[in-house]
Design a protein around this ligand. Structure first.
Ligand SMILES: NC(=O)c1ccc[n+]([C@@H]2O[C@H](COP(=O)([O-])OP(=O)(O)OC[C@H]3O[C@@H](n4cnc5c(N)ncnc54)[C@H](OP(=O)(O)O)[C@@H]3O)[C@@H](O)[C@H]2O)c1
Length: 255
């Protein structure tokens, strides 16, 4: 698996904490060049100093800004001349309060989770085209598999990403770029620390990184884990709507 990443130039977004940070630290141990992005320059620099080898570069920035994505990719181009793997992972989560339905929340999440990724793809595609082994990876979620109460906004952004990658998989396949979409279940990170409910099948960010790197090395089109949980959600999501609604009302909705 490790040799898959040999001499690769890799960009990871959302690398200052959680899953992105675990990926950055794991990849830094291999023979590859890693660029890491997030808003927090301080956290990124700390990760760079934690890494044993001198192969990680912090390129901080707010990815909701289109020009920032372009500038970061220009930096990578200047230093490395191309990009082999883009792992577009940055994202956030907020839950909808159905009694205070608020479009601002939808706008915020769409901008951070979806539009930022679109900016990232636009900025890195020219660099990926210069690679002979290009891989474009997008972070979705198992929340994309079905509409979950309170997740009307978060789930919608993740479903948009999964749908977009379904199309990109076909459009880019003839152009030498393979794609993967990642759909994790619950992972213990700053993002899920805010959750006030039991999270079934919760795994560590370290374990998530292992699943993801294994999936990337096998060029899996969809990397979903932990499998028992992700397959169960997929199955529930395919149930007829009346049955699905009944199950979710019984198990998820609090009155
Ligand atoms: N944890 C889970 O259970 C779970 C499950 C399914 C999918 N995911 C997805 O996995 C990804 C990583 O989440 P995580 O759980 O590792 O959460 P996290 O620890 O909160 O990490 C989120 C990362 O995104 C960065 N980020 C947020 N807004 C940004 C912006 N505007 N510009 C640049 N970077 C930004 C954050 O850095 P700064 O704050 O420094 O910018 C941070 O590095 C997200 O897309 C999330 O939706 C997580």
């Amino acid at each position: 698996m490790d040799s898959h990443f040999d001499n690769k130039v890799i960009w990871i977004t959302g690398a200052s904490s959680g899953i992105g940070k675990a990926l950055a630290i794991d990849l830094s141990k291999l023979n590859c060049k890693v660029y890491i992005t997030a808003r927090s320059e301080e956290k990124l620099n700390e990760i760079v100093t934690q890494c044993a080898k001198d192969n990680v570069t912090a390129l901080p920035g707010d990815l909701t800004d289109k020009q920032t994505n372009i500038k970061i990719c220009e930096e990578i181009m200047k230093e490395s001349g191309h990009m082999d793997i883009a792992i577009l992972n940055a994202g956030t989560c907020e839950y909808v309060d159905i009694d205070n339905f608020n479009s601002d929340l939808f706008e915020r999440l769409t901008k951070v989770n979806f539009i930022s990724m679109v900016y990232g793809i636009e900025a890195c595609l020219p660099l990926l085209y210069k690679s002979r082994h290009a891989q474009l990876i997008g972070m979705s979620s198992t929340a994309a598999y079905l509409g979950l109460p309170r997740s009307e906004a978060y789930g919608a952004t993740k479903a948009a990403i999964r749908n977009m990658f379904g199309a990109l998989r076909v459009s880019l396949s003839g152009k030498g770029i393979s794609t993967s979409v990642i759909c994790p279940g619950f992972v213990e990170t700053e993002l899920t620390d805010q959750n006030d409910f039991d999270m079934p099948a919760l795994i560590t960010a370290q374990k998530a990184s292992e699943y993801i790197l294994d999936g990337i090395s096998k060029k899996k089109q969809e990397i979903h884990f932990p499998r028992k949980f992700s397959l169960t959600l997929k199955l529930i999501g395919s149930l007829p709507n009346p049955l699905l609604t009944w199950i979710l009302r019984k198990t998820v909705v609090r009155t």
